[in-house]
Design a protein around this ligand. Sequence first.
Ligand code: P6P
Length: 339
Amino acid sequence: MKSLGEFIVDKQAQYPDAKGDLSGILSALRLAAKFLHRDINKAGLIQDFLGEAGSENIQGENQQKLDVIAHNTLKKAFLARDDVAGFASEEEDDIVIFESEKGRNAKYVILTDPLDGSSNIDVNVAVGTIFSVYRRLSPVGEPVTLEDFLQPGNQQVAAGYVVYGSSTMLVYTTGNGVHSFTFDPSVGVFGLSQEMVCIPEDGTLYSINEGQYLRFPQGVKKYLKYCQAEDEATNRPYKSRYIGSLVSDFHRNMIKGGIYIYPSATSYPNGKLRLLYECNPMAFLAEQAGGLATDGYQRILDIEPTELHQRVPFFVGSKNMVETAMQFMSDYPDEGLTP
Ligand code: P6P
């Protein structure tokens, strides 16, 4: 078994001109993932870990206790490194600037959704940590600013997720393909599961919250009916698979082929998912694995961010499935979202 640490060293040697040395950041994420694996797997035994924290995040969503634990665990792991100048999180209204001399002299900023799908914790459904890494734009030696975080996804130098499911897996890219690792708790090591993961160009799984159907744009409604139509030649009807945890739905679709959609809706005019720490990292992974990620019309990675927590509609997965969904979106332009 090749460990994540050994793999990173090999890759650094293979790509000496890689965009900077990200091994310190990946090591911090690996350490945080081990702590979160422990906390999530014990949550059912420690009442203090379950349920709501009694606070809300900037989205007005009730924070779960493990949301806050995950945020703090990641923050500590990044603070301990020399490579991170600042950190943004779904659980924190503003950017977290690492004011120390070490922080001011660091080259990278990280954006995270510390525990995506956390409302599933109490019912033992898989959840995940999502991360996105950029080289700072502001001069080294000074504190980072908001502009260091508001970069388009095509500037990411690394992205990935940890999925805490039947096994805990870490999946990442630094722009040279997608690689997956499985945690072995008996030895405390992430071992290489698959190098150069590829999303099948076609699939027969679609993931969407169909309870919102009446609130969707026409193009999404027409695409869903396309997925459900009888057509043996194109393996339809497809199967509906929706866990309600982006990382889990994405991971399954990446392996088996499929499409995940969180579109705009009357309830979410700009979609529900956040551009910077959910859609951009998943889009980087999808494209590196041969898939596609758009907002229904344009490439996610080309969207110029304007706000830290901005939301965008999200279509991601098998290239041909996303292209078909985009065709429906352009064939049925929405004259305003009508229930
Ligand atoms: P809904 C979790 O809150 C999340 O951000 C994603 O992980 C998940 O796919 C989606 O929201 C679920 O949202 O509206 O279907 O419950």
